[in-house]
Ligand binder design. Sequence first.
Ligand code: ZN
Length: 124
Amino acid sequence: MIKQDIFMNHVIKTGLNTCWKWRGAKLKHGYGRYSGGLLAHRIAYELLVGPIPESLLVLHSCDNPECTNPKHLFLGTHSDNAKDMVSKGRNRHPDQTGLKRSDETKAKISAAVKRTWESKHAPA
Ligand SMILES: [Zn+2]
């Protein structure tokens, strides 16, 4: 289990809506790396937002791979990720992903979130 206070020691929080930079180790593409080879933004999401369904990615609306601000993180599928990159290439805006999801994708994501949440919070 990752301790939130220890994890947050590696995060440079400059404001509520700014990018929270990672001061620890980084991977080749700029993603923050936490101990055990875990990705910092995924841990941030799990600690500060909630569990990540197995099939989903944590994407950055700010396009800043080392950012760990939960406000800049959202769940998506692999195909969202590809579409998101394409839309960002045309129109870079830090607060907008420009992502257009089909209803099917939206339903898949919310069902996966619900299942994961329920499995982690189920009574023993
Ligand atoms: Zn950010």
